[in-house]
Design a protein around this ligand. Sequence first.
Ligand code: SF4
Ligand code: SF4
Length: 90
Amino acid sequence: MFFGDLKPRKGTVHIHNEWCKGCGFCVQFCPQNVLVLSHGFNAKGYHPPEVEVVDECRECRYCEIVCPEFAIYVTIDDDEGDEEQEKPIA
Ligand code: SF4
Ligand code: SF4
């Protein structure tokens, strides 16, 4: 495998709308500008974030780190399978 064959990591963002306090830290600190605050309200009257740019999340997890309410987390999109990684080292 060469560097040109490497593909960027991709993540899927998950948001607990009802835990969110609408502080906007996740939106502000995302280096990929994946998130925006939604126009909708949760039960507490805050605007939770939503994913605006699908497929741009690189699973850096800054949004998780900066969220004071643990209201957002990211999982890895592993649609490439593990075939390459599972090859034995020759
Ligand atoms: S994991 Fe990184 S790129 Fe993805 S939404 Fe969070 S801050 Fe943005
Ligand atoms: S950082 Fe957490 S509490 Fe703040 S807007 Fe994002 S999800 Fe909501």
